[in-house]
Each structure stands twice: as C-alpha cells, then as structure tokens.
Design a protein around this ligand. Sequence first.
Ligand code: SF4
Length: 159
Amino acid sequence: MNLKRFFGDTILTTQVDAVLGWGRKYSLWPMPYGTACCAIEFMGTVSAAFDISRFGAEVVRFSPRQSDLLLVMGTINYKQAPVLKKIYEQMCEPKWVVAVGACAASGGFYNNYSVVQGIDEVIPVDVYVPGCPPRPEQIIDAVMKIQKKIDKGTLHVNP
Ligand code: SF4
C-alpha cells in the first residue's frame, strides 16, 4: 500500500533504524583517553572556540559505561594496552573509536620495544586522525566521519 498516496504529506514514513541512527549521531557521548600532548587539543575542541556541541558530542564522560565514543589521544605502551582493551570492552554497544594523532594511530616517532605501534593492535579503530598534534578541527572532522558511519549503520560488535 502506498501510504503517501492516501495520506499525502500529513504523515512521515521512515525506518526504525534510520530514526535511531539520526538520534545516535547527534548524541555521541565521548570518553577521552588521554595519555599525552594530543589530549590538550581535545580541551580546545570542547571549548567555546571550537564548540563540539554544534555536533551533539559535548557530553564528555569519564566512565566507559556511559560513553559510546572512545577518543584515544597519546602514546600507548604495552604495559597500558590491557587497560585500554578493558575500557573498550566496558563500553556498551554500539560504540566507536577514534585514534587521535600519530602516537595513537601508529606509535608516532616512538618506535621502540615498549610502545604499541597503533592502537588497532589492541582494539578496533573507526577513524584515524593524523597530526602531531592534530588541530581541533581535525578532531571535529573525525566526529563528523563517525556520524557518517552511524548513518550507514556501521556498528562494531565485540569479538
Ligand atoms: S602525536 Fe605528537 S602531540 Fe600527539 S601525543 Fe604523540 S607526540 Fe604528543
């Protein structure tokens, strides 16, 4: 049955997935996992100058159970890797991960025995942000890329 034909513009037809995705993409709750200098850029990102609330992602949480967007910013060493993995596992589905900066994305210039050469050795990553450090606009760009992924319905499921 063609609902549009009978009801014209008086009703809105959509899918539950589309409505949920629309709600999710404008209500991300980020958790900053900052270990080094890149985390300072996140402070700028949530400040009035760059205002991440324009993208619905200003409700910063420091509990993985209350977050759906993990932003890893800084160097991760092998001793710390199990902690990062545990935090990721404690986040509820659906959840997304951004590797912010060269260190989180690839180990950066710390190419030695103790440093994880990219957090994707430990947890799945949705978006990589280049730079040392990246500017706040790049972090906002990563949030927008996550919003596009949510639009497409791309969800991570724990292995
Ligand atoms: S990428 Fe550069 S700015 Fe970011 S944590 Fe590493 S050394 Fe610091």
